[in-house]
Design a protein around this ligand. Structure first.
Ligand SMILES: [Zn+2]
Length: 221
């Protein structure tokens, strides 16, 4: 019998710190923008990056532990200013264990134009589960932005925030990070495809089948 891996607060802080380094090495964010969190279901706590700190400098003990009301339980630093968005997602989506928020360029170009990314590629359909919709604009850090985000996210794994950026979610940090990379890649391809001609969109039946396969049959089991 495989031993079930238990994510402790200490491990979660290490993992969030590891993904801070991955974000720093990616082209997804400029400077200190964006944020990362993961959820501990047994403790009903969230480990989130602190506000306005360079990703390269973020160590495990600098990650902030909060409860579901956003009260700081552990950590010296102020949590990310987008904490409300993260908490709203964990409250509304019991399948989500990690959230990554980025300001990547091509996805932001579509977010600025209010253009959703339709399901144009098989890997996108599998990982994200369909269209990446655009959440209506609200000021960063506001309760309204959290509401608009969960409304536009629905049961998908990614959403664009109007005039702002991207939120990717997943069953773990690897998946949420991959979702943000995928959104950026699909945004780039979609913009090019629109310039080249008339992009063809995958039909809902194929999107569902690709998603089901990814969730229940893909990879080594
Ligand atoms: Zn942001």
């Amino acid at each position: 019998m495989p031993v079930k891996f238990k994510l402790t607060v200490e491990k979660a802080r290490e993992r969030v710190a590891k993904f801070c380094q991955k974000i720093a090495d990616s082209n997804l964010n400029l400077s200190t923008w964006g944020n990362i969190s993961c959820y501990l279901p047994d403790e009903e706590q969230v480990v989130i990056t602190p506000s306005g700190m360079s990703y390269k400098e973020l160590r495990p003990n600098m990650q902030v532990v909060v409860d579901m009301k956003g009260e700081v339980l552990e950590g010296e630093l102020k949590p990310s200013s987008e904490l409300k968005v993260h908490l709203a997602i964990y409250t509304h989506r019991s399948d989500v264990r990690a959230v990554v928020h980025t300001h990547s360029a091509y996805a932001s170009a579509l977010a600025v134009s209010g253009i959703p990314i339709p399901p144009i590629l098989e890997d996108m359909a599998a990982l994200i589960g369909g269209e990446v919709s655009v959440a209506e604009y609200a000021m960063a850090g506001s309760e309204q932005l959290a509401e608009n985000t969960i409304k536009a996210l629905g049961d998908k794994n990614a959403v664009l925030l109007a005039n702002h950026g991207v939120v990717g979610v997943g069953r773990n940090l690897e998946e949420a990070f991959d979702v943000c990379m995928m959104v950026e890649r699909c945004a780039q391809i979609y913009i090019l495809a629109r310039l080249a001609g008339d992009p063809k969109i995958l039909c809902p039946e194929d999107v569902s089948a690709l998603r089901e396969f990814y969730l229940y049959k893909y990879g080594q089991r």
